[in-house]
Design a protein around this ligand. Structure first.
Ligand SMILES: C[S@@+](CC[C@H](N)C(=O)[O-])C[C@H]1O[C@@H](n2cnc3c(N)ncnc32)[C@H](O)[C@@H]1O
Length: 283
């Protein structure tokens, strides 16, 4: 059957109306056209006609049905994109987010020296640790998580990217990974308050791990306090700490840093002009 990219795009936009806005549906359609129909960006842009065999038609129908049940496209396809690379994803680890790419960009721009010991706490899919290791080729990169199943995904992703990481399973509230003093600590902890659940899209709530997303409303800064406490003791002098933060918590996290122990404390906004990252240097 002869098909055109715009026909498939229009179908996906109409069938997912009410779940995704048009721009999101369009980008999902782009992914499907690339992955299922093997079209490149140019053919999609030029709306070139192509032969859609029965097998691909069946696969498309299956994907549309799963999208309508709010399943994220990354789970349906088995991967997501992060910093231009493919990362395996599953229900066990958070799907890498665009905001987190900005965190990685900031770390790379501020730490050009390659021989560093880096620790990523709550590594999930491993996206942060792996992208840093790919650029900082002489760095010793450690990735820790409480979730063994998330670490399995991170290990797959490290292998896919041909990167050697040191993995540590453990609860950051109980112990710090058994490593020598790191030069950089990164943590993108769960930071959505339980009370914000009502505002969260079904494709996140029903498919992504609560452990990666939510924090108790009674103490939304609990991860930041704990990790800063560890950094006070474990981080190398002159070393840096980077957090991803809830857009409403920039000032609150800022206040957690003891000014005698940390300087260069800076809240950094994301592409949408929301407070998204905080970094500090240990004096
Ligand atoms: C927001 S996700 C970040 C995942 C990944 N770093 C990213 O940026 O896409 C938070 C991660 O912290 C992990 N986590 C939650 N509680 C933890 C704890 N007590 N100790 C260590 N890791 C924890 C979760 O399993 C999850 O992988």
């Amino acid at each position: 059957m002869i098909l055109k990219p715009k026909i498939i795009e229009a179908r996906i936009i109409s069938e997912t109306e009410g779940i995704y806005d048009k721009a999101e549906s369009r980008s999902i359609a782009g992914l499907i056209l690339e992955e299922v129909f093997n079209l490149d960006q140019n053919s999609i842009f030029l709306n070139r006609a192509f032969d859609g065999d029965d097998y691909r038609e069946i696969r498309l129908n299956e994907i549309v049905e799963r999208l309508k049940r709010n399943e994220p496209i990354q789970h349906i396809l088995g991967f997501g994109w992060f910093m231009g690379r493919k990362f395996n994803v599953s229900r066990d680890a958070l799907i890498p987010r665009q905001e987190t790419e900005e965190l990685v960009d900031l770390i790379l721009s501020e730490n050009p020296e390659k021989r560093l010991r880096i620790l990523d706490i709550g590594t999930g899919s491993g996206c942060i640790a792996i992208c840093l290791a790919l650029v900082l080729t002489d760095a010793e990169v450690h990735a820790s998580d409480i979730s063994s199943s998330a670490l399995e995904i991170a290990k797959q992703n490290a292998k896919l990217n041909d990167i050697d990481l040191h993995f540590h399973q453990g609860d950051i509230f109980l112990s710090f990974p058994d490593i020598e003093a790191p030069d950089i600590i990164i943590c993108n902890p769960p930071y959505i308050g339980n009370s914000e659940k009502a505002d969260i899209h079904r494709n996140v709530l029903d498919y992504e791990p609560d452990l990666a997303l939510f924090v108790n409303d009674n103490d939304p800064l609990i991860f930041y306090r704990k990790v800063i406490g560890w950094a006070e003791v474990k981080l190398n002098k002159g070393g840096r700490i980077y957090f991803e933060i809830n857009e409403s918590k920039g000032e609150d996290v800022n206040k957690l840093f003891n000014r005698n122990l940390f300087n260069e404390i800076r809240v950094v906004k994301d592409i949408n002009n929301k407070d998204r990252v905080i970094r500090a240097t240990k004096v």
